[in-house]
Ligand binder design. Structure first.
Ligand code: ATP
Ligand code: MG
Length: 209
């Protein structure tokens, strides 16, 4: 698959083929500017590839209309962004309920509370993001990404701002949750601590300027 920024193809990025089974995991690593974020955006249907294709749970992301992509993204993909973007005025539990509503799934308070409890946050349901530690907020973001039972869990730099202990915890949570929910896990990162930790590892090369 490839993507070109700019009319004249100023920056053309080429990506190797990636295939991840449900419950499987893959890390995409590479230096700054190698195209990790671009790859996330392509997979999430926010950009359209110049060549190649993207298929998630049998659905083509690259050839669908914008409206269809938005629908597929909500139904098939859970995303953990580096900036967590939890809603500051809502509690941990309410952030999950909002995500349920946005993903088009029925709102189920009990299952959202259970999901948070399963990530060790049972005592933090009614805390707002500012009252959570960085590691706790990261776990809320992971729980939120999973509420829609996605086929693909995408995480952009999920550990870069965490200490070693929380990095370990988040890595374990992501891989365990992917297996438990039958989701494919794709992590893009420049964090060297992730190396060798997921089933597959793909290294993007720095593009020549
Ligand atoms: N909107 C844009 N227009 C033109 N070029 C862009 C645009 N966005 C990114 N690029 C270029 O594409 C390349 C890949 O960018 P990308 O953000 O995907 O890299 P990255 O691997 O995520 O880097 P980082 O680790 O710094 O986040 C870079 O050379 C960047 O300058
Ligand atoms: Mg990036």
């Amino acid at each position: 698959m490839s993507y070109a920024y700019g009319q004249a193809g100023d920056t053309t990025l080429a990506f190797p083929d990636i295939e991840i089974a449900r419950g499987g995991s893959c890390a995409v690593v590479g230096p700054s500017g190698s195209g990790k974020t671009t790859l996330m955006h392509l997979i999430a249907g926010l950009l359209t590839p110049a060549t190649g294709s993207i298929q998630i749970a049998g659905e083509r992301m690259d050839t669908s209309s914008q409206r269809e992509r938005d629908r597929l993204r909500g139904r098939l993909i859970g995303i953990v962004l580096q900036q967590l973007r939890l809603v500051a005025s809502l509690s941990a539990l309410e952030n999950l309920l909002l995500a349920q509503r946005l993903s088009g799934h029925p709102v189920n308070r009990a299952s959202a509370a259970e999901q948070l409890a399963g990530l060790g946050l049972g005592h933090r349901l009614h805390h707002r993001p500012h009252a959570l530690s960085q590691g706790e907020a990261q776990r809320v973001a992971i729980a939120r990404a999973l509420v829609g039972r996605p086929a693909l869990l995408l995480a952009d730099e999920p550990t870069s701002s965490l200490d070693d202990a929380n990095t370990e915890l988040v890595l374990q949570l992501l891989t365990e949750q992917a297996v438990e929910h039958g989701a494919a896990l794709l992590v893009v990162t420049h964090d060297a601590r992730i190396r060798g930790r997921l089933e597959q590892e793909i290294e993007l090369a720095k593009v020549a300027p």
